[in-house]
Design a protein around this ligand. Structure first.
Ligand code: TXA
Ligand code: MG
Length: 540
């Protein structure tokens, strides 16, 4: 066991850089910062020193290392030849988070390339890294400075957590600004081939090189006896100790899938915007549409998962295979390609609020966008005319005068049932179970039909407990005066009748406290505008 020092070094700290470079010159290894992840470096020409890298990391011998250069001219001592495409890439992206695979020069020992005829070269953007290479006087072979298989380190502390006692020095150059390892592109075949996605995207590379091919192992599990152009594609990678499972599907599918397991030992890895939807412990990794923020946060977050001490962590995936490719690739590998599809979504939106608040406008908008709507007023009318059991129960309570010619006389019932609060409650307690039953059977019909989003428009959504089946509750709100006016016009009621119906409902706070989304009908923002976040969440 050796003592591991962490030393903060700036690109202009000549003394310290010289001191650290002496370790390399004397055949040792040093952990260095780069803009992508921390690396564990040794002189590329010193086989014994390179062996120490493999030993400290526990890295399989068949996985080659990247050679880091401090200036472009060093490329010509590493590679046997430098094709025009390589020069174009150097021009555009070096220094930067890009690694190029080229035919190797004879000077490079086999251990560095794991016996391959090609060598991986990169020039980091991190100033301290480049200065350090210059002080060492030789290019440095350096893989990521983590224990093999664990998440790559993006801070000096991460390196320390993995390699304390195994290496003499960690140069602390701050947190990595990119956060995922470099993009790896091979220029040895006929067509340039992406071997590992990173912050420099396929699209950016294609602007310089024309069309490139993308190695299939980036997003799919490969059989270990298949030949792969980069051995690193085969190895298990980036995994926290907690078992990671990737979940494909919309935000709401994800939340529902994970929340259903809240009594088990589970946690979640999610985008910052979605954390409030979760009922299990979570770690976030960047913002949904900001791929660089995801890259920056990913490895740190993967390390933090273990602190939650759960058996399983479910993770969201970036919803884009272009800019999100690097993160998608790391997460799929960290999850060992265990992916669950939660996408057979059936989302139930409950829409309620005091009568006259504008529910029907909202359900019409949602319907136009593709949701199916169950209108409980309509269901109630159907139930009144078709459900004979209900008719029996009602006449038992309100007398036979509510039946005319064998059918319900709705006017007669209304005049008896809406005469005071108590009668309204009685009416509800008889009708709600029948209406609820009918709503549930409509729900399962819609589900069988493959409908994705259903809106249940119900004034008594909460009182009837239909709300308990809903994934999202939307509450409408309008000023009292306005509501009174609307229901009088709509239902042709006297002021007294209208007042009674309004007062039979719970007060505003009751509804508002249950709302996931509150839509204010008399707001400067139009209802359409207010509905935007909901529509986004529903994928409509
Ligand atoms: O951003 C980075 O590239 C970081 C920092 C430290 O520079 N380094 C890094 O190294 O990620 P490492 O060893 O963890 O990953 C190197 C990847 C592996 O997937 C390896 O198989 C591939 O590059 N590679 C290296 N040499 C290769 C070669 N000659 N042919 C094909 N693939 C190669
Ligand atoms: Mg690595």
């Amino acid at each position: 066991m050796i003592e591991t020092k962490i030393l903060k070094i700036n690109h202009n700290d000549a003394e310290k850089l010289k001191e650290a470079a002496d370790i390399i010159k004397n055949g040792g290894v040093v952990a260095i910062p780069t803009e992508t992840v921390y690396g564990l470096a040794a002189s590329v020409y010193d086989e014994n020193a390179v062996k120490k890298i493999f030993k400290a990391k526990g890295r399989p011998q068949d996985n080659p290392l990247i050679v880091h250069i401090g200036e472009p001219s060093q490329l010509y001592e590493i590679a046997a030849n430098v094709p025009l495409n390589a020069e174009k890439l150097v021009q555009q992206f070096m220094p930067g988070p890009l690694t190029i695979i080229l035919p190797k020069s004879e000077r490079i020992p086999d251990i560095v390339t794991a016996g391959l005829k090609n060598v991986a070269v990169r020039m980091p953007l991190h100033k301290t890294a480049r200065e350090f290479i210059k002080y060492c006087g030789v290019p440095l072979a350096a893989p990521s400075a983590n224990i093999s298989g664990s998440p790559s380190p993006t801070s000096a502390q991460h390196v320390y957590d993995d390699l304390n006692g195994k290496i003499p020095l960690i140069i602390d150059g701050g947190e990595c600004t990119v956060g995922v390892e470099s993009t790896v592109i091979s220029l040895v075949g006929n067509i340039p081939e992406l071997l590992r996605p990173g912050a420099i995207t396929v699209e950016q590379l294609e602007e310089v090189l024309g069309e490139i091919s993308v190695n299939p192992a980036i997003l799919e599990e490969v059989n270990s006896n298949e030949r792969v152009s980069s051995p690193g594609l085969l190895h298990k990678h980036y995994s926290p100790k907690t078992k990671l499972i990737a979940v494909k599907g919309s935000t709401i599918d994800f939340a529902r899938y994970v929340n259903a397991k809240k009594d088990k030992s589970v946690c979640a890895l999610v985008f910052e915007e979605d954390k409030d939807l979760l009922e299990v412990p979570f770690i976030t990794y960047g913002k949904k549409d900001d791929y660089h923020s995801q890259e920056r946060a990913l490895f740190k977050s993967l390390r933090q998962i273990d602190c939650l001490k759960k058996d399983i962590c479910y993770t969201q995936l970036p919803n884009d295979e272009k800019e999100g490719l690097a993160v998608l690739n790391r997460l799929l590998r960290a999850a060992e390609f265990s992916v669950i599809n939660a996408n057979n979504s059936f989302i139930i939106v409950g829409l309620t609020g005091k009568t006259g608040g504008g529910k029907s406008t909202i359900s019409r908008i949602l319907e136009e966008k593709g949701a199916a709507v169950i209108d409980c007023d309509k269901v109630a009318r159907e139930v009144f005319s078709e459900d004979n059991n209900l008719l029996g129960e009602l006449s038992e309570e309100f007398g036979n005068s509510i039946i005319k010619d064998g059918v319900l006389d709705r006017k007669a019932l209304a005049s008896l049932a809406f005469k005071d609060k108590k009668s309204i409650e009685k009416l509800n307690s008889i009708t709600h179970p029948h209406i609820t039953k009918s709503v549930y059977s409509k729900l399962s019909e819609l589900k069988d039909k493959g409908v994705h989003v259903v809106v249940i428009d119900a004034a008594a959504l909460i009182e009837s407990k239909i709300s308990e089946k809903c994934d999202i509750i939307v509450v409408t709100h309008a000023p009292y005066e306005e509501r009174l006016k609307r229901i009088r016009e709509r239902d042709g009621l006297t002021e007294k009748e209208a007042l009674l119906r309004i007062s039979a409902q719970k007060d505003d706070d009751f509804y508002i406290s249950k709302a996931d989304y509150l839509i204010n009908n008399f707001y400067p923002n139009s209802i359409e505008e207010q509905l935007k976040p909901l529509l986004k969440r529903l994928g409509l």
